[in-house]
Design a protein around this ligand. Structure first.
Ligand code: DGJ
Length: 842
């Protein structure tokens, strides 16, 4: 009921008419309560509104912690009420009532306990847009915190006040992970752990009482290491892509610093990207020593962590462990080609070991080609709150990377990409792949060309006739692109081996002919696209470039430089080096318009992080600024040469991440192309990266049967790295058949959903299925002889028309009804494989 009442404006002369609305008349579904449900005109347990032995008729009974916001139009006048603990609590219960106007606290009660008389409150609302009524637990838990807002009402002159969804509670999550962040009564940002439990800080900072690993640690210009962030604003915007971008602005009132948390949720694929932006208004630079992109607090009984470690030739090796008490870190410290020893991602399984088809699974990967750190911390049990919690901090590795941030400058962290599933790692990966194809990589919507790379067949030793001969064969085989690898450049020091020439990007006429475009035309005349290899971040000391610019390399002053593959890294923090690298590639592409494919390689990491481009007090910026500069060069090249497709290679999988894939259409997973090992490598990577992004080439490594090698490579972007001129007629027929098969199934394989059916890590038989609309492809591999047994075909239930496309006869063809318990496959010989094509029967 709205009453009219006669009022005298305190400061205005004359009489006016104002209206009032009781809080009990508003939609109370927007009022939260730590227990029970808020009630109109009675206490939270359904008893009368009685406080301090007095009974009242009108008001709202709620329970700490409770909050409700009311929208005002700037013409409200006053809020008034009596507050106290309902008699139903006896003498128990202790709460504090608070009134916020436009997010600023205007009134706070003392701690009120059961039995005490009600206290009056009156707050001026002139000009206000929002009123928020808060009850907190007075810091001692919510037991018996039955709180009454008695005769609570808003006097107003304009539009009628209405309760609204809590503006200080933001869902930054996705259907599979309702990630909710809440501003608490002290304006701190906390994560809602479900069931109304507001728990630990959503982005903990060092020096304000948080004693576990912080997400952010700052040495302020005063020297103080305390940072205490409070919420300034919270907002979400729905984007036309179906995504939701949430921004939470946090600030410290003592040391002027602002931290914005960004969340980009893709509900359709259950993926959330998170990153952080830091800036300040202090008189001089602040030192950032910890700067996570994301902090996630988890609650489960057990945590199983799977990482993807490795080294050259052994990339993406999966290792699972149950996390115990303490800290576990997965990281990279080598700065450039930083992923050589660990892929920048992990999979966490909650309440049980990782399973393809069941369980709560979280995949995480950092979109950053440089150093990363994923830190998992579990508290000692028995300390009360948080016994079961796991705190995850993810971002660039702070190791050796203290960052001096100048006033007015902004420090933006890379994006942490989270993928959430409640149906196991299979669904987690499929969602992430779908997100990647749509948002996370270039060219995710079309399959890649079948290509021939000359590296394994020629290494550095070739001439133009050899290359043209390979192009002839490639065209005959139906391939679509010829990729010229290392060895084509180096005027003063010809690149005839890996000891010289890097840095001198001038073609060698004896190997290439007059110029790159001229050779590229040989390819296009044969109906092939032309691709070229380049490693522009690197230099050999035996090069004209190094002789001219010995100071351009990363190393420590006055020390002997440490070499790896006889090369050094150009210091991309220098503007002149950035110009050189950009212009080298830009010029190459501009002068050779027939180049439509580039393989960007990078064959060493940093061992002596010293820069001539950075001042002495900012040497620790090297790892960060190097990779920022690299991404910027890639972005500019992608803009200028948008028709070019890129393979990102780094001596194999030294650079595999979603920042790199924003430029790259594919990555080279490993130089290890023995198909038996490749099965495991591809399986590992597929947890975080789609087959669409994986360059799988057929080589003669391991001397496995050619058809087996072809079938393994068919499970991604397909190509060959083989000397076609040396193959027998029989093998050439196999190659041609492989190319045909790749073309017929690539849309399903590269653009469809991947089902990992049987793991090559646990048995001699392994299997994959790809599903796209009404088409599917099943691939089965036997690395040793295996007996016949059923293959469970999760994801492919229903009636299908099956055709054996390649390989060992599995005895399945025609109309078949598939069920999840599977199909019995026959015994298979060692190193045999089969590919089935399926079409759904409607
Ligand atoms: C390392 C890559 O992984 C190979 O594929 C090849 O491109 C060589 N570099 C060339 O030096």
């Amino acid at each position: 009921m709205t009453k009219l009442w006669l009022c005298v404006w305190a400061l205005l002369p004359g009489l006016c008419l104002a209206k009032e609305v009781g809080i009990h008349e508003l939609d109370l579904s927007h009022m939260s309560a730590g227990w029970g449900k808020p009630q109109a005109n009675q206490g939270v347990v359904g008893r009368p509104l009685r406080v301090g032995r007095k009974e009242f008729q009108l008001g709202v009974g709620t329970h700490a912690s409770s909050r409700m916001s009311v929208a005002l139009d700037g013409r409200a006048v006053q809020y008034s009420a009596l507050v106290g603990v309902n008699e139903s609590a006896g003498t128990r219960g202790s709460v504090r009532f608070r009134v916020w106007v436009d997010g600023v606290e205007k009134w706070r009660s003392p701690i009120m306990r059961g039995g005490q008389a009600a206290l009056p409150v009156s707050v001026d609302l002139a000009g206000a847009k929002q009123l928020t009524l808060v009850v907190d637990d007075a810091g001692d838990g919510i037991t018996f915190d039955h709180a009454d807002w008695i005769e609570a009402r808003v006097k107003y002159d304009g539009a009628k006040p209405m309760s609204i969804p809590d503006p200080y509670r933001l869902s930054v999550g996705v259907p599979n992970w309702p990630w909710v962040l809440v501003m608490d009564e002290n304006r701190r940002l906390v994560q809602d752990m479900g069931a109304g439990v507001l728990a630990d800080p959503a982005y903990p900072t060092s020096g304000n009482g948080w004693i576990l690993e912080p997400a952010l640690r700052v040495v302020h210009s005063t020297g103080s290491t305390g940072t205490d962030l409070r919420v300034k604003s919270m907002r979400s915007t729905e984007l036309s892509t179906g995504q939701r971008h949430s921004v939470i602005e946090l600030e410290d009132s003592i040391e002027p610093i602002q931290v914005d948390l960004h969340f980009l949720a893709t509900p359709e694929h259950n993926v959330v990207e998170q990153w952080t932006e830091i800036r300040h208004r202090q008189p001089s630079a602040v030192r950032l020593t910890h700067f996570a992109s994301s902090a996630l607090n988890l609650e489960a009984k057990t945590y199983h962590l799977t990482q993807f470690h490795g080294d050259w030739g052994r990339e993406a090796t999966m290792a699972e462990e149950q996390l115990g008490i303490g800290i576990k870190v997965i990281d990279a410290k080598v700065g450039v080609r930083a992923h050589q020893f660990r892929t920048p991602g992990f999979v966490l399984s909650l309440d049980g070991a990782l399973d393809e088809q069941k369980g709560r699974v979280i995949g995480g990967t950092l979109a950053w080609p440089g150093n990363f750190q994923f830190l998992f911390e579990r508290q000692t049990p028995g300390e009360g709150r948080g016994d079961e919690r796991l705190y995850v901090r993810a971002g660039m590795n702070p190791f050796g990377s203290d960052y001096l941030l100048d006033p007015g400058k902004s420090f933006v962290t890379p994006r942490m990409v989270w993928s959430f599933s409640d149906k196991g790692s299979g669904e987690m990966s499929r969602q992430l792949h779908r997100w990647a194809r749509r948002f996370g990589m270039r060219g995710g919507d079309r399959p890649g060309p079948v290509l021939l790379n000359n590296w394994e067949s020629t290494y550095f030793t070739f001439d133009r006739a050899k290359l043209v001969g390979l192009m002839d064969r490639a065209a005959e085989m139906g391939m679509e692109c010829f990729l010229l690898d290392d060895g084509w450049f180096g005027a003063t020091y010809p690149r005839d081996n890996d000891q010289q020439g890097l840095g001198d990007w001038v073609p060698i006429p004896e190997k290439m002919g007059p110029d790159v475009e001229n050779l590229a035309k040989e390819a296009t005349q044969r109906g092939l696209r032309f691709g070229i290899w380049i490693e522009p971040e690197m230099v050999n000391p035996r090069s004209a470039l190094f002789e001219k610019h010995p100071d351009w390399v990363i190393t420590h002053p006055n020390r002997e430089p440490l070499f790896h593959r006889n090369q050094l890294i150009l210091d991309l923090t220098r503007q002149d080096v950035q110009n050189f690298v950009f212009e080298t590639v830009d010029r190459l592409l501009a002068n050779s318009p027939s180049i439509t494919f580039v393989k960007w390689d990078c064959n060493r990491f940093v061992m002596q992080p010293g820069s001539t481009g950075l001042p002495w007090d900012r040497q620790s910026h090297l790892f960060i600024e190097y990779n920022r500069a690299l991404l910027d060069i890639w972005r500019r090249l992608a803009e200028r040469h948008s028709h070019v497709e890129w393979m990102i290679c780094s001596g194999g999988g030294g650079r595999v991440d979603y920042a790199t894939l924003a430029l790259g259409h594919e990555f080279w997973p490993s130089d290890m192309t023995d198909p038996v090992n490749r099965l495991r490598i591809q399986w590992g990577y597929s947890h975080l990266f789609p087959p669409k992004a994986m360059a799988n080439h057929v080589t003669r490594w391991g001397n496995r049967p050619l058809d087996f090698a072809i079938d393994v490579a068919l499970a991604g972007r397909f190509g060959f790295d083989i000397d076609l001129e040396k193959l027998s007629g029989e093998d050439l027929a196999k190659v041609r058949a492989g190319v045909e098969a790749a073309k017929s199934i690539r849309e399903v394989v590269q653009l469809g959903d991947l089902y990992r059916l049987e793991s090559p890590l646990t048995g001699a038989r392994s299997a994959l299925a790809f599903l796209r609309g009404d088409r599917a492809v099943v691939m089965v591999y036997a690395t040793e002889a295996v007996d016949g047994r059923a293959l469970a075909l999760a994801g492919l239930e229903g009636e299908w028309k099956v055709r054996q496309l390649r390989g060992a006869d599995l005895g399945i063809s025609g109309r078949v009804v598939l069920a999840s318990e599977g199909l019995v496959l026959p015994a298979m010989g060692a190193l045999t494989s089969a590919v089935l094509e399926l079409e759904r029967v409607r």
